[in-house]
Design a protein around this ligand. Structure first.
Ligand code: GDP
Length: 369
């Protein structure tokens, strides 16, 4: 499963948010096969209203959404990249993740101690981003040192090393200007060579602004959120507003009480759903569907997957024996009201091996065993 690491300074609501994510997943466990698998790892369903629509049309017995794995990575502090706290261990945990959610404290509460003594999202994100960048710089320096050893030699390997070193030097220059590795444009070859370093700042990252319940209805009025938003915009990153505490409280309530509580706050949700959706989107993933009487199910693929590759996500036999895929776009399927009607209207297409699957496609595979 795709992993997202939850990072941030201590005492800003990471665990509260993580627990809310897991409790919420557990509450839906009757329908969804998701749960907390380790104390700090949880699998969370990606909410997608299209699943309900499709399930209604097909009269499906059950719905199976796609999922994202969240990992609560506590303990990132100032100096972590130099081994402060349990620094290196935490950085290694982040390295294993596909993307990062950086929780940022935007709520004021005199009872909750802030490690730096005051709530300041700009300072806080600087501290975390600096540690991530420093960890990358250390990693790159080590790698460049090793690459130097083949300098002057000829042959394929030496050529590859030269390309890699060139890319790493450009990334280094960016990091020194407070820019993430992600901001450096790389050729396919360079990207492939650099991938093995699992650079932390090369991972997509979104900020989760943890706000007080009173700020949910109009988060922009909170100056901390406003400041974080403009910083994120400069960096080309997204901000999702969440109230971890509201989410924790929602999990204690039945659905009617929850709706009432949210209405009282002037919102429809506490932000957790949009955080999950945003995380999924920033991973550069697409969803396609299979639907029938037995189940309606969402499947996750990478952008650019062909129909046989998409079939392979269900089962390797589907990919090996792929013949063709009956395909209909989500909107067409819903407008027609099912496979049969879509076919009559000429909206159902037969696609072959070269077909590149699109977001929201509904697929039915024909394959030989
Ligand atoms: P972590 O160290 O980042 O994992 O932080 P925790 O989730 O353990 O939260 C630290 C403290 O902040 C706890 O006492 C929480 O109850 C409190 N807290 C978390 N989120 C909020 C919030 O949105 N508002 C308020 N007032 N307190 C919160």
């Amino acid at each position: 499963a795709l992993k997202t690491g939850i990072v941030g300074l201590p005492n800003i609501g990471k665990s509260t948010m993580f627990n809310a994510l897991c409790e919420n997943a557990k509450a839906q466990a009757a329908n969804f096969p998701f749960c907390t698998i380790e104390p700090n790892v949880g699998i969370v369903a990606v909410p997608d209203p299209r699943l309900q629509e499709l399930s209604k049309i097909s009269g499906s017995e059950k719905i199976i959404p796609t999922s994202v794995e969240f990992v609560d990575i506590a303990g990132l502090v100032k100096g972590a990249s130099k081994g402060e706290g349990l620094g290196n261990q935490f950085l290694a945990n982040i390295r294993e993740c596909d993307s990062i959610v950086q929780v940022v404290r935007c709520f004021e509460d005199g009872d909750v101690i802030h490690v730096a003594g005051k709530v300041d999202p700009l300072d806080d994100t600087d501290v975390i981003n600096f540690e991530l960048a420093l960890a990358d710089i250390t990693q790159i320096e080590k790698r460049l040192e090793r690459l130097k050893k083949t300098k002057g030699k000829s042959g394929e390997e030496a050529k590859r090393n030269e390309v890699e070193a060139g890319a790493l030097q450009r990334i280094m220059a960016a990091l020194e200007q407070n820019k993430p590795a992600r901001s450096v444009a790389l050729s396919d070859e360079e990207a492939e060579l650099v991938r093995g370093l699992y650079l932390l700042t090369a991972k997509p990252m979104v900020y989760a602004a943890n706000v007080a319940e009173d700020d949910l209805a109009d988060p922009g009025a909170n100056r901390h959120v406003a400041a974080l938003r403009s910083k994120a915009e400069e960096e080309g990153r997204g901000v999702v507003v969440v109230s971890a505490q509201v989410e924790a409280e929602l999990n204690e309530l039945d659905s009617e009480e929850a709706a009432e509580y949210l209405a009282g706050l002037g919102v429809e949700e506490g932000g957790l759903k949009s955080l999950i959706r945003c995380t999924y989107q920033q991973l550069g993933l697409l969803t396609y569907f299979t639907t029938g009487e037995k189940e309606t199910r969402a499947w996750t693929i990478h952008e650019g997957y062909t129909a046989p590759q998409a079939a392979g996500v269900i089962h390797t036999d589907f990919e090996k024996g792929f013949i063709r895929a009956e395909t209909v776009a989500y909107d067409d399927f819903v407008a027609a009201g099912g496979f049969g009607a879509a076919k009559e209207k000429g909206l159902l297409r037969l696609e072959g091996k070269e077909y590149v699957v699109k977001e929201g496609d509904i697929l039915m595979f024909r394959f030989a065993t």
